[in-house]
Design a protein around this ligand. Sequence first.
Ligand code: GAL
Length: 674
Amino acid sequence: MTRSETTAPWPTEGLSFGGDYSPEQWSWDVVLEDMELMRRAGVNLVTLGVFSWVVHEPRDGEFDFSWLDRMLDLLHENGIRVDLATPTAAVPMWLHEAHPEILPHDIHGHPLAPGGRLGWCASSPVFRSYALRIVERLAEHVAGHPAVRLWHVSNELGGGNARCHCAVSNARFREWVAAKYGDVQTLNAAWGMAFWGNSYSSFDEVTTPWGITAHNPGQLLDYERFSSDELLAHYRAEREVLQRVTPDVPITTNFMVGIGTDIVDYTRWADEMDIVANDHYTVGPDPLKHEDIAFSGDRMRGMSKGAPWMLMEHAAGAGSWHPVNQPKTPDEIIRHALAHVARGSDSVLFFQWRASISGTEQFHSAMVPHAGADSVVYRTIVDLGAKLTALAEVQGSRVEPARVALLHDNEAGWALRSGLKPQNPQRYADTARALHNALFQRAVTVDVIGPWTALDGYALVVVPGLFLLSDENARAIEEFVESGGTTIVTWFSGIVDENNTVRPGGYPGILRSVVGTSSEEFFPLDAEQSVALSNGWTGRRWMERMRPVDSPEGAESVADYAEGGYRGGPAVVRRRLGAGVAWYLSTDLDTASLDDLMGRVLSETGVRPAAEVAPGVEAVRRTAPDADYLFLLNHTGETGWARTRGVDLLTGREHADRVVLDPGAVAVIREERP
Ligand code: GAL
């Protein structure tokens, strides 16, 4: 992987620590107490003004930045830097009143109600002009203020306004489709509109896929692309103003990279950010929360091309948007925060500094809970701040180059959910996470990257459920294997092209020539069903009627189906291709089977873990020109260990060749270089 240098100056010296700060919700005496508590905790960066449009512009065209000036000066006096938000996530009520047409319209064509946030359609020129006016006035006003170190464009673009079906969106969608396809015959062919006789005779007949009907998978996929493009256009419009007025301040927006398919195409957006930033929230019932942190961190690092990225938000405890919202233990607060740093984040930021007492999120956790500073959570925050200070030298280092890449593409996830499939619903990231987890459990570092990224330097490329794949990206996988690499391709990869059209001739479609075999039928399994394989492995979720493996292709069946309708047929196939090896998994191996397979693949490819560790201990190494930092995180309730030599930056203790980790503990070892 080619790693580009980051050019954006990091907003703080050392790692950034802090969170969303909403002083407009509090009286001045509370704000003064905040300064004292922030200093005590070592906070050095806050995100300010995310929802402050009506504070800056209380009435149409009347601007008042006195509150902001006071806050910026106060934060600056206290040595706290500011990630200043453009306030466009929070439409003032006067704007809703004057222009109700800016509201996003749902799938039935009904406007959402004013209130909440992101109450605007990304295609609305009316909203855009009001938004750019406040952005410009704000930027002009703060230009040159020493506290302002980063621009935070809006908030989680798409989180509430990702899809709109208003008249303006429909008109823009028609333009977008016409620009992409040129003529209506090409559009009909791309979307396969001959099915059910839905062909268009003019672009005027094209609509967004609104209402209740069975929309065409090609149309649904393009609508997802269009919606992502419209939000990106909004980001670019704000960025253009900010770059013009404050050219020295880097610009970002907060992504929502976590479980599931992304709402917009972050991997393709990433190059538009000076620093890529993520909001990450673990989901209560997820048994592998720590693996989810690792998976999203590995994705963020793929997006930043190895450069440090920013954890913009996470929670100090419970969220309030799950059915049951449980807090974190102090160990978890520390471990989860440092797990992001281990994977390349140079910040630990929270939503939010002080828990709100009113409003939608009045029961969301914060760095200062409702109970105040005399609380376990705040004391843990102080402890975390001290730990981050001890880790200051880690800032700017990079996670060591990974030998394993995992290909992940939002378009594949969108294609998967666009239209009916053999199994409904199917969550795109599930297979990716299972394969990632098999590597995570073995302490192997993985880059999660778009399938268009160069594959040089990797020994193993994992292709989990990559439903949509272009000819060009499939060819790159083939060339990678031919020249000596190993790939693991799973079921339901390579199935459709960029138009969401099935590639005929057998599965896995465009990857048949890589895996050297194919199947002709899918047999999805219920959640309770599984299938025994001939070598003792177990498959779940999916089976395929594989063609017998023929040796001219150099393929061998490593495991056959041992029961069910496909009994005796190949289930897991391995073949040599050129100087490399391709594996095909036609079923979803359970955790133990996948672990067994991964053990074999890693030993064949010579890929080593970041360190020798006890089971359940996460290990990732960050490196700088003059030091290596091994992050060790014990996610178990047992004592763990890792083999390395050096000093633990968190305790100052020297370790001769082995680090013992208490249950739930973290160590960051500056390793002795031989
Ligand atoms: C984020 C959002 C924050 C807050 C947080 C609660 O998605 O950006 O403003 O709502 O979730 O978990």
